[in-house]
Design a binder for this molecule. Sequence first.
Ligand SMILES: [Zn+2]
Length: 256
Amino acid sequence: MLSLPALLALVVAPVIGSFLGSLVLRLPTHQPLLLARSACPHCGHTLGPWELVPLLSWLVQFGRCRHCHGKIDRFYPMIELAALAIAGGAVAVVPPEAIGWTCLLGWTLLALALIDRRAFLLPDVLTLPLLGFGLAATTALAPDDLPDHVIGAALGWGGFALIAAAYRALRGRDGLGGGDAKLLAAGGAWLGWAALPAIVLAAAVLGLLEVGMRALAGHAPAADEPIALGTWLAVAIWVLWLVGVPMVGMIGPSGL
Ligand SMILES: [Zn+2]
């Protein structure tokens, strides 16, 4: 039997995903944010309410426009599915009182990961609220841990030097924006200071894997081509939140 927060998270997830898709596409270009796309990019047919229902509309229409049968970009259904998977992960792993916070973390990280991947950008309007929400979540879920998480946020910001060094080792040059420091600070706010080395290490390993995979596929990134480390920081924070860090005890909500 699903708890009320679990049910709510699963029901709103595709709608949130649809909004996140709009955020990911429009935030880097400073376009006004709308709930979702409004017209078919092929024939200009204005989409009715039923054609805007997240996920279902795409499934029912077999990924094609009802009018011109043009292929609908898979970006929206994919991000709607990702938002649903995040809610599913939260429901499966954390206790009901932590589901809302966990979804908030996961959905924000999803947007950040995709924006960094597409535009090499981690907007302050996402990273700074995420930091604040991390401290708020700690206050709500494990108030005794708050000092550790405040220190985590401060050290994460300072840990910029550390990930900058990791990036230099990875790419042989400087390539980090201040957004990475703010995202790491948010990670510290959610997970506590003790998780910071694990976040940085996991992100560096994932970034290294990406370079390796691309090299294997014959697309080794050029020396001056940036790697979106923020994407891997986001993945690392999400995974560490869900599993906790066994070495230093449970940091995430699973340790409540
Ligand atoms: Zn069309």
